[in-house]
Design a protein around this ligand. Sequence first.
Ligand code: ADP
Ligand code: MG
Length: 409
Amino acid sequence: MTINETSYDTVFGKMAVEQGFCTDAELRHSLEELLSRRKINPVMLKDLMVDLGYITQNQAERLKKSIKESKAAAHQIPGYQILGKLGAGAMAIVYKAKQLSLNRTVAIKVLPKRFSENPEYVERFYKEGQAAGKLNHNNIVQAFDVGEAGGYHYFIMEYVEGKTIYDDLAAGKVFSEDEALDIVIQVARALNHAHACGLIHRDVKPKNIMINKAGVVKLADMGLARETTDIEAAQTEAGKAYGTPYYIAPEQIRGKIDIDGRADIYGLGATLYHMVTGRVPFMAEDPTDVMRKHLKEQLIPPDHINTTLSAGISEVIEVMMAKRKENRYNNVEELLEDLEAVRNGQPPLRAHKRFDVSALEQLEIGEAIEAKPNIDIEETLARYRIIMVVLGAIAGALLLTTILLLLSS
Ligand SMILES: Nc1ncnc2c1ncn2[C@@H]1O[C@H](COP(=O)(O)OP(=O)(O)O)[C@@H](O)[C@H]1O
Ligand SMILES: [Mg+2]
C-alpha cells in the first residue's frame, strides 16, 4: 500500500523537502513510519515529522498555514471549480480544475505568497505569462491565463494527464538511448519554438518534462519567471525552495543577467545525462557544492558510466554541457541536427566541428592536457579522397610501366 500522490500528507512532505526543512531521506523514513502506523495508530505526517524531530513545530504550522491559504485562494478564482491537487513542487501547489465556461479540465498553479511581495517579480510574471500565451506548440504545455486571487498569483495551463520524466528517474529507470533521444528531440523542438519567439525557459529539468497518455512530450512551466539570481536564492532558506540545482547552467549560477537559449541547452543536456546514465551529472549533498561542481568540476563522459552508449550521444551531451556557453551549440536548431543524426545512426557532425570542448575546459580548470586540433569531418573525408586518387594513379602508372617493360622485352 502506498500513499496517494496528491494526498495532504504527500503535498506536505514534498513541500517540507522543497523548502529545505528536512532531507529526502528523512521524508522517506517518515512515510514508511506513517504506513506502518496506519492501521493501529494513524497519525498525520505533519505531527509524525515533528515527533521524529525532522521538522520543528513552528515549521509544521507555517507549512500547514500556507497549504490552507493556497487552497482557499485557488477556490476563489472565478470561473473555475477546483477538482483536487495534482502535485506540489519547488515553488507552488498545482491543482486540477474545471474551467466552467468551456467545460474543460485545466491545471492551476498557485504561487507562494512571498512572490506577490516582490513587485519586480510580479511584473515579470505577467510579462512572461503573456509571451508564453502567444506560444503554440504541441510539445509545450499551453499557457491559458494568469491572475491574482486572495493575494495569490496563479497561472492557468493545459492539463497533462500523464507523468513527468522525474517520476521515472525517481523509480530508478535508466532510459535507453533511443527512448531518451525521442523524448529530448521533442523537448528541443519545444525550445526551438520558444527561443524563436524570444522566450527562454531557464528551468529545463526532468520535473518540467511531462509525457501524456498518448506518449507526446510536453515541456511545462514555460514562461514562469524565475527569481533573478539563482545563487542567492539557493543559498538562503527561501531559496532552498528551488530544490537542489542539478540541471542549472554555470552562467545562471554566476547570476549573469544576459541568459540566452544556451542555458536551456545546458539544462536539457544535464537532463539527458541523467536519463541515459541514471545519475545526475554533479552529485553532492549540499546545493552549494553541486553548483561549485557545475562551475569547476570536469564532467565524467556519459559513455564512461554507461558503456553501452554510442560515442555520438556522449559527444552531443558533452557539447550541450560545456561550461562556457560559447563552447555549446550556438542554438537549438544546430542541436536538433545532431540529435537527429545520432538517432539515425550517423555521427553528430556539429559536435565534431567544435573545438574539442572537454580538452579546452580541462585546461580552463587547470589541468595541463594537450588540446586536440579541430578536425572537421568533411575536411578529413576530402583529404582521404585525394590520397586514394593519388595512390590509384601511382598504382596505375606502375602497372602500365610493368606491361610496357614486359612487352618490350
Ligand atoms: N500542466 C500540468 N498538468 C498536470 N500536472 C501538472 C501540470 N503542471 C504540473 N503538474 C504536476 O504538479 C507537480 C508540481 O509542479 P511544479 O509546481 O511545477 O513543480 P516542479 O516543476 O518542481 O515539480 C509536477 O511535478 C506535476 O506532477
Ligand atoms: Mg514544474
